[in-house]
Write a protein that binds this ligand. Structure first.
Ligand code: TXA
Ligand code: MG
Length: 325
């Protein structure tokens, strides 16, 4: 018995007629997976506590891990929070729509506790993907959306990853092809002074500092344990994990046997994925590489470590988590 509706759209120019059905499902409290520029999200009406509970159930996500609320305009974002500081305005002007999530005090009249795991803050983001933007506009409500994967598994960057991971636990899946950025948004809290990056993403600390004209708090090098609710529970150590054991190494072994490998340069083969030495392209392909090698049942995935420079920060973060026991 299948309940999922599959909708395929042109990622750059989706038609309203195609998205209208999904928007209606969202208004009806259903779960709709859709592409954003980072990864696929599993969306629900953020003002509907029962729909939001459905997200946690479908993902097997601990109720202590809050969700990001997605909006189609700055105006809508301002309605979700209690106060919109000049820093938020400057960052939104510089990076929205785009892969930056801002944590601010929440407006409790709009956002139910289930979304924020009972906390006093809310994470908001305005995605750049045309499908996400138009879907949110047509739905006419803020949409909370975690990555559309089972909890702790690798995030989806293609519709088939969502299909394989969530199957019929969802009501609709919008296929808009492969996502562009490939790793999740940068999460920045503005409720602390100075602001702090809770989750590194492809919008880096330096770019944020330049817009704010001030330093950020040092990001924690050590990841935070799952048991703690604050400050960003998604920072749990084991996350983004394939079934295979992931080994981070300077150099992958010559004889791979049944194992797979992700390398920066060299010759690709069925079990060797070359992601290239440019961080953008590497990020774009990383999760698809993990999904692919996992689907081949590689017992171990060897990953050649990328350079230790700021542009690779988000990638190192995700690789460390994928490798965590
Ligand atoms: O790129 C993305 O952000 C994707 C796409 C779908 O938009 N979404 C995503 O959601 O990665 P999720 O649920 O997989 O990760 C959300 C992260 C988690 O680390 C969570 O703990 C953190 O944001 N977060 C959410 N609300 C928060 C809050 N109020 N305070 C601190 N951290 C929060
Ligand atoms: Mg996630």
């Amino acid at each position: 018995m299948t309940r999922r509706i599959d909708i395929t759209v042109d990622p750059l120019a989706p038609e309203d007629a195609e998205l209208a059905r999904a928007a209606q499902l969202l208004r009806d409290g259903k779960l709709v997976a859709f592409p954003t520029e980072t990864v696929y999200g599993l969306g629900a009406n953020a003002t509907d506590a029962a729909a939001v509970a459905g997200i946690f159930a479908a993902k097997g996500r601990p109720s202590t891990n809050p969700l990001i609320v997605h909006v189609a305009s700055v105006e809508l974002a301002r309605g979700l929070v209690d106060g919109w500081p000049a820093s938020a305005q400057a960052l939104a002007e510089a990076f929205w729509p785009g892969p930056l999530t801002l944590v601010l005090p929440k407006n409790p009249e709009v956002i139910p506790d289930t979304v924020t795991a009972g906390g006093p803050t809310v994470a908001v983001r305005m995605p750049a993907h045309p499908v996400a933007q138009r879907l949110i506009e047509l739905a006419g409500v803020p949409i909370c959306a975690p990555s559309a994967n089972r909890s702790t598994e690798v995030s989806p960057t293609r519709a088939e990853h969502v299909r394989a991971g969530l199957g019929d636990r969802i009501d609709a899946l919008i296929d808009g092809g492969a996502t562009d950025v490939g790793v999740e948004s940068t999460v920045l809290t503005l409720v602390e002074d100075p602001p702090r990056i809770l989750r590194p993403g492809m919008i880096g600390a330096q770019a944020i500092k330049e817009v704010l004209g001030r330093a950020l708090a040092d990001a924690p090098e050590e990841v935070i344990d799952t048991a703690h609710t604050a400050p960003s529970p998604g920072m749990s150590k084991k996350h983004y994990s394939p079934r295979a054991r992931v080994m981070l190494v300077e150099e992958v072994p010559d004889d791979l046997g049944e194992d797979g490998a992700i390398v920066l340069e060299g010759a690709a083969s069925e079990r060797v994925v070359v992601l290239g030495a440019a961080p953008r392209g590497y990020a774009r392909g990383l999760y698809a590489a993990l999904h692919r090698l996992d689907a081949l049942s590689c017992p171990t995935i060897w990953v050649e470590m990328p350079p230790q420079t700021p542009a690779w920060r988000a990638i190192h973060d995700r690789l460390r988590r994928a490798a965590a026991e």
